[in-house]
Design a protein around this ligand. Structure first.
Ligand SMILES: Cc1cc2nc3c(=O)[nH]c(=O)nc-3n(C[C@H](O)[C@H](O)[C@H](O)COP(=O)(O)OP(=O)(O)OC[C@H]3O[C@@H](n4cnc5c(N)ncnc54)[C@H](O)[C@@H]3O)c2cc1C
Length: 495
């Protein structure tokens, strides 16, 4: 593993360069006040609720400083592929396609901006692609608090992606492979028989044999032929400087399902029992930690305010006092639901292509691994030896990303999501108790979307065999409808 990856580093891996001023205390001492007016009372309530929520993030991720080769739209040069978006998916695909000598242009309103999200991945996933030098912190183990009495220690290391290193690496490869960039927002995509074009907000129109949409979850460019019944992962995350925290520095906390912090919060306790959330934490040192209160999946989506309130109660109970918030993220990830219509004239990758894991919301590692496969399919059509364009091209690339076997396994992962949606806190914790007791080959494979249909069937049998009686009851009573739906969808895929 690269020496760039720091384990048990004594100093925090990231520090903002400017000095941190200590925030003014958020709780005014009640004894120092006379009876507050209604307005003042409301303000106190807000502060009380706000706690760390009142702290404004102190830094914004710095943009990259890079000399990008811009396209000259007036030159009307012939492009093979236009990629909309320079997020992790768009840049990885551009890097891979351009390595075949194919002419690529990436369009993004801000190609050099740093990606906003804090990405976590399993280290073995990045190692298998030679991307481990793009992690800036790793933990040799992960832990899961099932409840107050049971903690599981997982022998699988976890890493935090260095957005700067990964984006720089992908950009450098793109530039050396001849990828061009255009700084604009795509407004419209149009198609002719053998050519597509994008119209941008700066009035420019670019043409290419293929347009790939990598503009993320909110994309308007992809068509669906089935109702989009997503579940949603919603989370509130902060990279924070804290007085101290109770977590081991050599373990990434994947899930903390304990609910003892809600003992004095009857309303939240009831709501958490029905729609549970957990804490996800990356401890960098004893004073620097990334904390995220997460609803694994809900439909309709759980209220963001509710998530923040639960996080305040949890941190208070854990004795974590936040001194400053360095970064803040609102995470909202659509999960599951139908795949885009296959094929269609725009190709897709990343958040808009259905590759997000329906049961976990993870996507970055999978997209890094799928981009080379999609690039190969594109090169087989547009590379120097063949010129397959129009419908045969769209057919080939969509089936390259989503061959039948993968569509079927996705149905299975979506069934996992539908099952999780039906479980309350007790059902969820019983489920993960049994899940992490499985042979590691299965739980690791499930979380990394790499099990075959047969292996997924074996996993289900094994999970059922290991489940406690209440869990078996949950499965038998709550899963028939999602199971029937999955079988129906599998049958449709097989036709
Ligand atoms: C807060 C958060 C945390 C996450 N954490 C993880 C994690 O830890 N691990 C994990 O595996 N996954 C995680 N995910 C899920 C997923 O991996 C990310 O959403 C990931 O950023 C998706 O990558 P993307 O390239 O598809 O889209 P994005 O990262 O959303 O990038 C899209 C790009 O397209 C550009 N764009 C958008 N519209 C247009 C347009 N019309 N024209 C031109 N450009 C456009 C945008 O400017 C942006 O640069 C997280 C998601 C969120 C929201």
């Amino acid at each position: 593993m690269s020496t760039l990856i720091r384990q048990f580093s004594p100093s925090p891996p990231i520090r903002t360069s400017h000095s941190h001023h200590l925030p003014t205390p958020v709780f005014s001492s009640p004894t120092s006040r006379s009876v507050p007016s209604r307005k003042a009372h409301r303000r106190i309530q807000i502060c009380k609720l706000g706690n760390f929520l009142d702290l404004k993030p102190e830094s914004k991720p710095e943009p990259l400083h890079f000399d990008l080769p811009w396209i000259d739209p007036a030159a009307r040069s012939r492009l093979d592929v236009i990629i909309i978006g320079t997020g992790p998916a768009g840049l990885r695909l551009a890097e891979q396609i351009s390595s075949y000598g194919i002419k690529v242009c990436c369009v993004d309103p801000s190609p050099l901006s740093m990606w906003p999200n804090n990405y976590g991945v399993w280290v073995d996933e990045f190692e298998s692609m030679g991307l481990e030098d793009s992690l800036d912190y790793t933990w040799p183990m992960t832990s899961v608090h099932i409840d107050d009495h049971k903690t599981k220690y997982l022998d699988r290391s976890y890493g935090r992606v260095s957005r700067k290193k990964l984006k720089t690496k992908l950009m450098e490869n793109c530039v050396s492979n001849g990828v061009k960039f255009h700084k604009a927002t795509v407004w419209k995509v149009e198609h002719e028989e053998f050519e597509s074009s994008v119209t941008c907000n700066d009035g420019n129109k670019l043409k290419a044999s293929l347009v790939v949409d990598a503009s993320g979850f909110a994309s308007p460019f992809i068509d669906y032929d089935k109702p989009r019944n997503h579940g949603y992962q919603i989370a509130h995350g902060i990279l924070a400087e804290v007085d101290n925290h109770p977590f081991d520095l050599d373990k990434m906390l994947l899930m903390d399902w304990r609910d003892s912090h809600l003992g004095n919060e009857p309303y939240m306790r009831v709501s958490n029992s029905r729609f549970p959330t957990f804490l996800y934490a990356m401890p960098f040192d004893s004073n620097l930690i990334f904390l995220e209160e997460t609803s694994l999946v809900s439909r309709p989506v759980l209220s963001y305010l509710e998530i923040k309130r639960r996080m305040v109660a949890r941190l208070r109970h854990l004795g974590i006092r936040v001194k400053s918030v360095l970064e803040e993220e609102k995470c909202l990830i659509p999960m599951g639901g139908p795949l885009p219509q296959i094929p269609q004239s725009v190709m897709a990758i990343g958040g808009t292509s259905g590759v997000v894991h329906p049961s976990t919301g993870y996507m970055v590692a999978r997209t890094m691994a799928l981009a080379p496969i999609l690039a190969k399919a594109i090169a087989e059509c547009l590379g120097s030896t063949r010129m397959i364009r129009g419908r045969p091209l769209h057919h080939k690339v969509w089936n390259g990303l989503w061959p039948i076997e993968k569509r079927c396994t996705r149905e299975f992962y979506s069934f996992g999501m539908e099952t999780l949606l039906k479980l309350d806190l007790s059902g969820t914790t019983r489920f993960f108790d049994a899940f992490f007791d499985l042979d590691p080959y299965y739980w690791k494979g499930f979380l990394s979307s790499r099990l075959s249909l047969r292996e997924l069937a074996l996993l289900s049998l094994s999970l059922f065999g290991r489940a406690s009686n209440p869990s078996k009851f949950d499965i038998v009573t709550k899963c028939p409808a999602p199971l029937v739906r999955m079988m129906g969808n599998l049958a449709l895929e097989a036709i």
